[in-house]
Design a protein around this ligand. Structure first.
Ligand SMILES: [Zn+2]
Length: 412
């Protein structure tokens, strides 16, 4: 079998398989407790389950070794895994469970890459081979609305009403094109979020995507609806079908790292004079990644006394962005960059009193305020999808209003 050949050395030993990079593990239980005997196990003999958590630097071999499996069994399981290769994609924090019989012989191996998905490798009745089974369960969805008001920070206030860290990032991602969460958030701003909670056998296993959301920032209300096109791609739109996503990021760095009490200084601290200020300053710890605000080409990378280390990006005939005082570069002149790509890190090179990013946005060569300039938009809902989009929008916005206390934004 081709797959097994990849995994086995000529000598027959199992080759080390690289474990994928660490990914954040949801707090929800990822595993049905292996110690509970299942109906299938209620046979002539009882099985004893053991499990091992994947650690940094683990290989399938090292995991199986800790589980005290013998080489022949490891072989047979890897062979059974030939088609799916699920066991070659183990990630740090995940668990592999094995069941052994009373005589210590390996009967089952179980691996669940997600709460709804399980790979089971079961010993055959006669020969020493394993049969693999891939079980995918469909969770039940329960719509849920969470809403709140900003009093300290987006993270604190959204977490206080029950949104997870991942959902808060998702929310910030949806509205981050219109609202600069680093500098524009105010006490009294409000938000409401509709999503599905997912249950399996009555147990909550996770959250679905945000289906609709509202954010009122300094009196302006933004509404977003998730819509999945016929090609399966999902995006967020205004109720009128305009994309939330824009061709440029509102803030070209992680807003959670920007210090909010930073005042852009009109009076230049080094020269003690009022200097024209063509951009916006974000104070953030040295090393904070700086992103390309939009896709384009790096037209300049260099150093000058006033700018420090700087990067200039040309996005098309019309738009250009500039990034100053960088600690280090991650791009070269002439390089094509994608939106959100890391181009450097916040620093204090050149005339800068402390680590900050000075960011400029130019339209047709003229400096514009990046916080208020109208950003070009991605594609809106095409005419042929207007009807299904309108139906979807009406349905999710009705849920958003009726499942929440509703109209929070207009209450005192
Ligand atoms: Zn500046």
């Amino acid at each position: 079998m081709a797959t097994a050949a990849v995994l086995l050395l000529p000598s027959g030993r199992v080759q080390a398989i690289r474990i994928a990079q660490e990914i954040p593990v949801e707090l929800d239980a990822r595993f049905t407790s292996p110690s509970e005997p299942t109906a299938q196990d209620a046979g002539a003999e009882s099985l004893f389950w053991r499990e091992e958590r994947i650690r940094s630097g683990d290989t399938l071999t090292s995991v199986f070794k800790r589980l005290e499996l013998d080489t022949a069994d490891v072989h047979a399981v890897v062979e059974a895994d030939g088609k799916t290769k699920a066991l070659s994609q183990l990630r740090i924090g995940e668990t592999v469970a094995v069941a052994v019989g009373e005589e210590g012989q390996l009967a089952k191996v179980k691996y669940s890459p997600s709460p709804t998905e399980t790979y089971l490798y079961e010993h055959g009745d006669s020969d020493n081979s394993f049969q693999s089974q891939h079980v995918v369960e469909t969770p039940e969805s329960m719509p849920r609305v969470r809403e709140g008001r900003i009093s300290s920070s987006l993270f604190a206030d959204a977490a206080a009403v029950g949104l997870s860290q991942a959902q808060i990032m998702e929310l910030a991602g949806i509205f981050g094109w219109d609202i600069d969460f680093a500098l524009d958030l105010r006490a009294g701003d409000t938000f409401s979020v509709l999503y599905d909670e997912q249950y399996l056998d009555g147990r909550k296993i996770g959250n679905g995507d945000i289906l609709a959301a509202r954010f009122t920032n300094q009196g302006t209300t933004y509404t977003a609806v998730r819509f999945v096109g016929p090609d399966g791609s999902a995006a967020y739109y205004t109720p009128e079908g305009q994309p939330m996503r824009k061709e440029f990021l509102r803030a070209p760095l992680d807003f959670t790292r920007v210090s909010s009490d930073f005042n852009p200084r009109r009076l230049h601290p080094l020269f003690k004079t009022v200097r024209p200020h063509n951009g916006i300053d974000y104070a953030a710890p040295r090393g904070t990644p700086v992103y390309a605000a939009g896709g384009g080409k790096v037209i300049a990378v260099g150093y000058s006394n006033s700018r420090g280390n700087y990067v200039d990006i040309q996005h098309n005939g019309k738009h250009a962005t500039r990034y100053y005082h960088l600690d280090r570069f991650r791009v070269k002149k002439g390089q094509v960059v994608k939106q959100g790509q890391v181009i450097g890190a916040v620093g204090s090179t050149g005339y800068a009193t402390g680590p900050h990013l000075h960011y400029e946005f130019l339209v047709d060569g003229v400096h514009r305020n990046p916080r208020t300039v109208a950003l070009p938009k991605a594609d809106s809902i095409p005419a042929r999808l207007k009807a299904p989009f309108a139906m979807r929008t009406n349905s999710v916005l009705a849920q958003l209003d009726h499942l929440g206390t509703a109209h929070l934004a207009t209450r005192e």
